[in-house]
Design a protein around this ligand. Structure first.
Ligand SMILES: NC(=O)c1ccc[n+]([C@@H]2O[C@H](COP(=O)([O-])OP(=O)(O)OC[C@H]3O[C@@H](n4cnc5c(N)ncnc54)[C@H](OP(=O)(O)O)[C@@H]3O)[C@@H](O)[C@H]2O)c1
Length: 296
């Protein structure tokens, strides 16, 4: 039995779908108010709970062999990115879980002080490594599905809003590939007790993304480039009203202000360990929006 947290999220949903396609038993940890009927229809066992509740975590982990942690946190890094994951690790130990797959983030080890999610994930990584569990830590770059709404807006308007430095590089990962890698981590020998940077096969500057959309939808992009200073001004204003939200925006700012890409040797390692050919961003967008390949 696999336990998947964040099973209704963009990554978690894909993990559950792929596991069910393989006929694997899955327990999907979901909240009562989230949209989980698709997962139920696919044959996943639905566990209703809240990751802020230790009792729910202890119960969800009973009888599972593998855990894949794929939940997010909105603005609650302390409760969800840190505390819930520590509880999941402890519950995994108590239940003799065979392998624990943790979705971290690329750049987690760079010591960003202003980014609560990065700090929490770094501490969880250290805790997991010291736990004695078999683990795989995946540090992905930005997910390709984040770009789908932007691509749809571009298709309708030709407009692309680019915040920050257009020359910043990233290696956007196909969310479907990441799901595949997360699942394979429990059986691939070379993934045991390892940390992998996970990105797409190419390094893209931010400004190449609207150009790629232009190529896919056959129209000239109108790029509106907003400097980071605008976000900083907004954030300072928000801080006067809601200091907690201002702090959580630190993670967003860190993502916009820095480069998150995998080196070619990191990509080669990933492709060789997992025996996978990573999908390009163009292929991902065409598959979902271009109508040339199957749409999930
Ligand atoms: N997105 C990216 O570009 C990116 C890049 C690098 C790393 N990551 C990491 O990858 C992981 C997955 O990201 P994602 O984009 O797939 O996340 P997402 O789409 O935002 O989904 C978050 C999931 O967490 C669940 N969740 C939130 N609070 C919960 C709670 N209190 N109890 C139970 N479930 C709760 C949500 O449930 P509901 O449906 O009920 O809201 C949802 O299923 C995260 O750890 C994220 O930090 C993401």
């Amino acid at each position: 039995m696999f336990l998947i947290t964040g099973a209704t999220g963009s990554l978690g949903r894909r993990i559950v779908r792929q596991l069910r396609e393989q006929g694997q038993p899955v327990r999907a940890f979901v909240r009562l108010l989230s949209r989980y009927s698709e997962l139920e229809d696919r044959g996943a066992e639905i566990f209703i709970g809240d990751l802020r509740q230790d009792k729910d975590i202890a119960k969800a982990c009973q009888g599972v062999e593998y855990i894949i942690v794929a939940h997010g946190s909105d603005n609650e890094a302390q409760a969800l990115d840190y505390r819930a994951n520590i509880e999941l690790i402890e519950a995994a130990k108590a239940n003799g879980v065979k392998h624990f797959v943790y979705i971290s983030v690329l750049g987690v080890d760079r010591g960003y002080e202003d980014a609560p999610v990065f700090k929490a994930k770094r501490e969880v990584e250290k805790y997991l490594i010291a736990s004695g569990l078999n683990y795989t830590i995946l540090r992905p770059s930005g997910f390709a599905n984040n770009l789908l709404p932007l691509a749809e807006r571009f298709r309708d308007t030709g407009i692309y809003l680019l915040i920050g430095d257009p020359k910043n590089r990233s290696s956007i990962v196909s969310t479907d590939d990441l799901a595949k890698i997360a699942i394979a981590s429990v059986r691939v020998e070379g993934a045991k007790n390892q940390i992998f940077a996970v990105g797409g096969p190419e390094i893209l500057t931010r400004e190449t993304i609207p150009r790629l959309f232009g190529k896919i939808f056959n129209q000239e992009p109108i790029i509106i480039n907003t400097p980071l200073l605008v976000l900083d001004g907004l954030r300072a204003g928000i801080g006067l009203i809601n200091p907690q939200f201002q702090r959580s925006l630190g993670t967003f700012r860190t993502l916009l202000a820095n480069e998150f890409f995998c080196t070619s040797s990191e990509i080669a390692t990933l492709e060789s360990v997992y025996n996978i050919k990573l999908e390009t961003l163009e292929s991902f967008i065409r598959r979902y929006l271009g109508g040339t390949q199957e749409i999930f």
